[in-house]
Write a protein that binds this ligand. Structure first.
Ligand SMILES: [Cu+2]
Length: 120
């Protein structure tokens, strides 16, 4: 009886853990690239501005919030972008290698609508 209680507690703990993980995912967990609606472009990881990240394969959600901007991510072995006219959400599977990656709006990069992060 004692071991059954322990087992049941373990299963409940595991279920609670999975539940928390799933809830976290719907709350912008992971990488998000955002362009617009103003003249801003950013990449966040779990809600914080991304500065550095380990190399590897990631899923990144792209939120292109304006038809006058696009979101372009480029760096070692990678160049992916939404079109300027596109407005909406999409997601990419990307492989990040060691180095520096730049994200920008191609139309307004020259006026500062860009940023970088490092991959270690
Ligand atoms: Cu722009």
């Amino acid at each position: 009886m004692k071991s059954f209680v322990a087992l049941a507690a373990g299963v409940l703990f595991a279920l609670a853990f999975v539940g928390v993980g799933a809830a976290g995912h719907s709350n912008s967990t992971g990488l998000v690239g955002e362009a617009g609606p103003g003249f801003t472009v950013e990449v966040k990881n779990n809600g914080k501005d991304l500065k550095t990240i380990r190399h590897g394969t990631y899923k990144i959600k792209i939120e292109d919030k304006s038809a006058i901007h696009n979101f372009h991510l480029k760096g070692p072995g990678l160049s992916k972008k939404t079109s300027v006219a596109f407005k909406g959400n999409t997601s990419w599977r990307i492989t990040l290698r060691k180095g520096t990656y730049t994200y920008q709006c191609d139309v307004h990069a020259a006026t500062g609508m860009k940023g970088t992060f490092k991959v270690t």
